[in-house]
Ligand binder design. Structure first.
Ligand code: B12
Length: 229
């Protein structure tokens, strides 16, 4: 009897959580705006939905918006709205990812490559890395190879992490790697972003590639380990 009540309660909670995640996806696909996303995220966090599930639902919604933009069935203004909504969601989720840690696992400089102003994915990766005990210095978006190099000289990080969402930004990633390798042999380089693949990462001589924020942490831990060997 108790088990069946417990089962019913648990199924109710799971259905509820799935419903919230569905609504978050739909909120992006139907571009319902920043106020609605704020309401839904607050409800989800109060209901103890895993913050990373919210990010996954957001990504799926954004994928749909991107597809429509590609097909010409939605406008740049819609893309901008989806970006504002995603930034709001990320900012609300961020404090729920962060945990305090005494000794940093390593220092990471992170930024988006020259010509690219997409920063939602980069911000999630940065939050996830700092939540897992890395010291993260976020140098922003549209960062030229020369600026990346000067940040490396200034902060002396263990890892340079670069993000890129535009295919045209991939050559800037390659230029940055070339420039950095030419003057700093110690820093490890990790890359990611929508058009980036493992093959591309090998081709341009990066030390690591991560397809999402979870992998970013795993790869960063591995690279710091290798550096300290
Ligand atoms: C929101 C959005 C915008 C917003 C960005 C707002 C912001 N603050 O970032 C705005 C409106 C500004 C924008 C502008 C443009 N956009 Co836009 N945008 C998008 C959209 C819909 C979502 C991007 C996003 O945030 N995804 C969610 C995040 C969480 O995913 P993510 O970035 O991939 O990050 C994850 C992983 O890749 C990985 N990761 C990311 N970085 C890193 C780094 C490391 C080190 C690691 C390990 C992992 C990692 O982890 C992250 C978390 O899981 C995409 C479509 C899409 N589905 O991606 C188009 C998209 C990227 N945009 C596109 C285009 C064309 C543009 C514009 C050129 C449009 C225009 N005509 O002006 C401009 C370019 C402006 C510029 N110079 O950068 C195209 C790019 C096509 C291409 N092949 O290059 C896309 C794919 C849409 C499409 N299908 O056509 N955009």
């Amino acid at each position: 009897m108790i088990n069946s009540v417990k089962y019913k309660y648990l199924s109710y909670v799971i259905i509820n959580m799935n419903q919230i995640l569905d609504e978050i996806r739909e909120c992006f696909t139907n571009l319902l705006g920043v106020d609605r996303i704020r309401e839904l995220v607050k409800l989800a966090l109060d209901s103890h939905v895993n913050p990373m599930d919210l990010i996954e639902a957001m990504k799926e919604g954004l994928e749909e918006v991107g597809k429509r933009y590609d097909e010409g069935s939605c406008f740049l203004s819609d893309l901008i709205m989806s970006g504002l909504m995603a930034t709001e969601l990320t900012n609300l989720v961020k404090p729920h990812l962060e945990v305090s840690n005494t000794k940093p696992k390593g220092k990471i400089v992170i930024g988006t490559v020259k010509g690219d102003i997409h920063d939602i994915g980069k911000n999630i990766v940065a939050s996830m890395l700092s939540s897992q005990g890395f010291e993260v210095i976020d140098v922003g978006v549209d960062v030229s190879p020369e600026s990346f190099l000067s940040y490396i000289q200034k902060y002396e990080p263990d890892i340079l992490a670069m993000s890129c969402l535009l295919t045209i930004g991939m050559s800037e990633m390659q230029n940055t790697i070339r420039l950095v390798r030419g003057s700093n042999k110690k820093v490890k380089i990790m890359i990611g972003g929508r058009p980036i693949t493992q093959e591309f990462s090998i081709e341009v001589g990066a030390d690591g590639y991560g397809k999402d924020a979870f992998e970013a942490v795993r790869v960063a831990e591995k690279l710091v380990g290798e550096k300290n060997e």
